[in-house]
Design a protein around this ligand. Structure first.
Ligand code: MN
Ligand code: MN
Length: 321
């Protein structure tokens, strides 16, 4: 059973920085979730430096405590978790990086451990989806982002941080009929940027519509779309308004607050989530660690969902006995 160091006994500013002060160990025994860094950033189209994202999130995450009052659960009453360290990325070589992501995730997914990957630019999600599709077949996708990331290419390059969700459809990695994108906004090259995503098969709820229909209806549409399917959750930190997440590569104004950003994760309870990623944290543009606070708290809500699923499974098991 792996749980964080108790910060009421040893000060949280002591020791090497792991996510939430969890043990840094690469094991697949007795583990329910594993936080994994993917510090790759050479497929970003604008600012770079997301390679420092995972460690930036870890640095702030030492403040996290194990009990989640909003969901009324102590995570470590129900699950065991570790900081698995980072995937061996290859700067400047996206294909070698994808191979290392897939082979790195394989032992974790084979044990049905829930991985939570910290990016890294958003190109890494194609590697994640390749690994998940290998294990689960085409998987449903819930994608929070201010961009759809379904562009075809940048500068003639097909594998960039703005293209993973088009490549994922082309490669048959996502169950697109059960996939949904939320939060798209900001200036585009043309209306086709959103229409193309719909033509690929995604349901898209742009930010304007999110505001019009409201939180409850958005969550209802996510749950209806995904249903009982195994699902992967990809969360680009630029989904949040840059006021709440300035440390990112392609910020777009007019987004959700950090409170709302957490609520969208909390509302995913009940889905059959097989894994998560949280990408595009760029510490050099972060100020006051605002983005790191948001990112570590979003991951905390993701881990909470893992614990809630375990609690439900335990209750069902007890009822059968
Ligand atoms: Mn993105
Ligand atoms: Mn984005």
């Amino acid at each position: 059973m792996y749980r964080p160091k108790d910060s009421s006994r040893s000060p949280r500013f002591t020791g090497p920085r792991t996510f939430m002060r969890l043990e840094h160990i690469q094991t697949t025994e007795d583990v329910d979730f594993a936080v994994i860094g993917v510090p790759f950033d050479t497929a970003a189209s604008n600012r770079t430096g997301q390679r420092y994202g995972p460690q930036h999130i870890r640095n702030f995450s030492v403040l996290l405590r194990p009990y989640n009052p909003d969901q009324d659960i102590n995570i470590f009453d129900y699950c065991s978790g570790i900081d698995y360290g980072d995937v061996d990325v290859v700067p400047g070589n996206i294909h070698a990086t994808y191979d290392n992501i897939v082979s790195g995730l394989e032992p974790v997914l084979n044990k049905e451990i829930i991985p939570i990957m910290m990016g890294g630019d958003h190109s890494i999600s194609l590697g994640h989806l390749r690994a998940f599709a290998k294990k689960y077949g085409p998987i449903a996708l819930v994608h929070f982002d201010s961009h759809g990331d379904t562009w075809d290419h940048y500068f003639g390059e097909k594998y960039m941080h703005g293209t993973p969700f088009r490549r994922a459809v082309e490669e048959g990695l996502v169950d697109v009929d059960h996939s949904i994108q939320i939060g798209m906004r900001g200036p585009l090259y043309g209306p086709e940027d959103i229409e193309d995503a719909r033509e690929l098969g995604y349901e898209v709820i742009p930010m304007k519509e999110v505001r019009e229909i409201g939180y409850d209806r958005v969550m209802e549409r996510i749950h209806t779309r995904v249903g009982e399917k195994p699902v992967f959750v990809s969360y680009d930190i630029d989904f949040l308004d840059p006021a709440y997440a300035p440390g990112t590569g392609t910020p777009e104004v007019g987004g959700p607050t950090s409170y709302e950003g957490l609520e969208y994760v909390r509302g995913l309870d009940g889905l059959d989530i097989k894994g998560f990623d949280l990408v595009e944290v760029l510490p050099t543009y972060d100020s006051g660690e605002i983005t790191a606070v948001a990112a570590s708290s979003i991951i905390f809500e993701m881990i909470t969902l893992v614990a809630m699923k375990k609690r439900t499974e335990l209750k069902l098991k007890e009822l059968k006995i």
